[in-house]
Design a protein around this ligand. Structure first.
Ligand code: SF4
Length: 380
C-alpha cells in the first residue's frame, strides 16, 4: 500500500510537470482555442436545453447516412444491444471509451467468449494490470515508466530498463496482429453531430483510426451529452478537448459518418468500400437526461473530458483515481459519479480550492456543483 502511494506521488508529479506548462503554451500560441471553447459551451447548452429534439435529429441523421442508431437507457441495455451486434467468438479492438467502461462492455464481451483488446496504450496497460483507470485521458497515469515496464512484461518478459519508446513499441507490435484480425471495432466519441450523424474522434496514437476503419463493423458508444448541433461545432469540441488535454495539434481527427462507401462508378454512392460495412451508434442515457433537467447538475454535462481540472486539484493530487467512481475521477469525476451512479460520496471530499473552475475550458462552476452535491449527499 505504501509502495502504491509513493509510486502515485512520483507519477502525478511527473504528469503535472509534463502537462501543465504544455497546455499553457498551447493556449498562448493558439488563442483562438478560447473562442472555440466558448462556442462549444453555447452549442452544448443549446442541446442540453432541447435534448429530446437533438437526440431525435441525431438518430435520423445516422440512419440517413446508412448507419444504425440505438438509444439505450442504461448500461444493461447498452450491453444487450452491443452483444447482439457482436455475437461470440470474435476479435474485438476497443478505442479508448469511458462510456464503454461505464457500461462494463469489455468484461461483458470477454465473458461472452470474445477476444477483446484495449488499443489505447494507457487502457492496454490497465487491462494487462487489471486495474481501474486513474485519469480520464491518461488512464494509466498512476504507473511510472518502471511500473509500466513491469506490467508490459506480461507480453514480453525480456523487457529490462526500457525507454518510454521501447514500451510503446512493445504494445504496437502486440496489437498490430489484433487490428488485422479484428471483426469489430468499438470506440467512444468526442462529439456527435446532430445534423450529419457523424462521430468525431480525436487522438494521437492512430489506434482509433485503425479501430474505426479496419474491422467490418464499427460501433461507437456515446453519452447523450456528446451531441452538438452540427458538424462544425462537433469538430470544434474535438479541437478544444485536444488542446486543453495538452495534445495540440492532435495527430488525427477522425470523422465517421455511416459505413464506408464509394461513388467512383457513375457517381452512384454504394456501400461498403474498404472500411466497415456496418456502422452503429449507441447513444446512452444512464442518468444524463435527468441531470440535464437538474438546475445545478446540468452544468456537469458540459464537460469535454480534457482532464485539466485533475492536475490543478489538491484532492486529486492526493487520492488520484481513487477519488470518484471509475472511470470518472477528479473534480469532473466527483460530479459524474452523481450523474451516472447517483453516488454523492466523492463530492464530500472537495476542499473548494477553486483551481478546477479557473482552468476548465467550459467554465463549469465545479465547486458550486460539488457544494450542492455535498448537501444532497448529507440528506441521503
Ligand atoms: S470539468 Fe472542465 S476541466 Fe475538468 S475534464 Fe471537464 S471540461 Fe476538462
Amino acid at each position: 500500500m505504501r509502495g502504491d502511494r509513493v509510486t502515485w506521488i512520483y507519477a502525478v508529479e511527473r504528469a503535472v510537470k509534463n502537462n501543465v506548462p504544455k497546455v499553457e503554451a498551447i493556449l498562448k500560441e493558439h488563442p483562438y482555442l478560447l473562442d472555440l471553447a466558448m462556442k462549444v459551451r453555447e452549442g452544448k447548452t443549446e442541446v442540453l436545453r432541447n435534448l429530446d429534439r437533438y437526440v431525435e435529429e441525431t438518430i435520423k441523421s445516422v440512419e440517413k447516412s446508412g448507419g444504425r442508431a440505438h438509444l439505450v437507457s442504461n448500461a444493461e441495455e447498452a450491453k444487450e444491444i452491443v452483444s447482439k451486434i457482436v455475437g461470440t467468438g470474435k476479435t474485438i479492438v476497443l478505442g479508448k471509451s469511458m462510456v464503454a467502461y461505464e457500461a462494463g462492455l469489455r468484461k461483458h464481451l470477454e465473458a461472452m467468449g470474445n477476444d477483446v483488446w484495449e488499443t489505447d496504450l494507457g487502457e492496454f496497460l490497465i487491462q494487462l494490470a487489471d486495474e481501474p483507470p486513474s485519469h480520464i485521458i491518461a488512464p494509466s497515469l498512476h504507473m511510472t515508466k518502471e511500473r509500466a515496464e513491469e506490467v508490459m512484461r506480461k507480453i514480453d518478459n525480456e523487457l529490462n530498463n526500457s525507454t518510454h519508446e521501447k514500451i510503446a513499441m512493445t504494445a504496437r507490435k502486440f496489437l498490430r496482429d489484433k487490428f488485422i484480425k479484428a471483426h469489430v471495432g468499438i470506440t467512444g466519441a468526442n462529439a456527435v453531430a446532430a445534423d450529419t450523424g457523424s462521430v468525431i474522434l480525436v487522438e494521437n496514437e492512430g489506434n482509433i483510426r485503425m479501430t474505426t476503419v479496419l474491422p467490418e463493423v464499427h460501433i461507437a458508444v456515446a453519452g447523450l451529452e456528446k451531441i452538438l448541433p452540427n458538424l462544425q461545432l462537433a469538430l470544434y469540441e474535438a479541437l478544444v478537448q485536444a488542446a486543453f488535454g495538452g495534445l495540440y495539434p492532435p495527430s488525427y481527427v477522425n470523422v465517421s459518418s455511416g459505413p464506408s462507401s464509394t461513388a467512383d462508378i457513375e457517381m452512384k454512392r454504394v456501400s461498403p468500400a474498404h472500411g466497415p460495412r456496418e456502422f452503429h451508434l449507441v447513444l446512452l442515457d444512464n442518468g444524463r437526461r435527468e441531470a440535464a433537467k437538474d438546475p445545478v447538475l446540468w452544468e456537469s454535462l458540459l464537460c469535454v473530458r480534457c482532464g485539466r481540472c485533475h492536475l490543478h486539484c489538491p484532492v486529486y493530487r492526493v487520492f488520484g483515481g481513487k477519488w470518484g467512481v471509475p472511470p470518472y475521477s477528479g473534480p469532473m469525476g466527483a460530479m459524474w459519479s452523481a450523474v451516472v451512479y447517483r453516488d454523492f460520496g466523492p463530492a464530500q471530499l472537495c476542499v473548494h480550492s477553486g483551481g478546477c473552475r479557473e482552468v476548465c475550458p467550459m467554465k463549469i462552476d465545479i465547486p458550486k456543483v460539488l457544494e450542492e452535491l455535498k448537501k444532497r449527499g448529507l440528506k441521503q
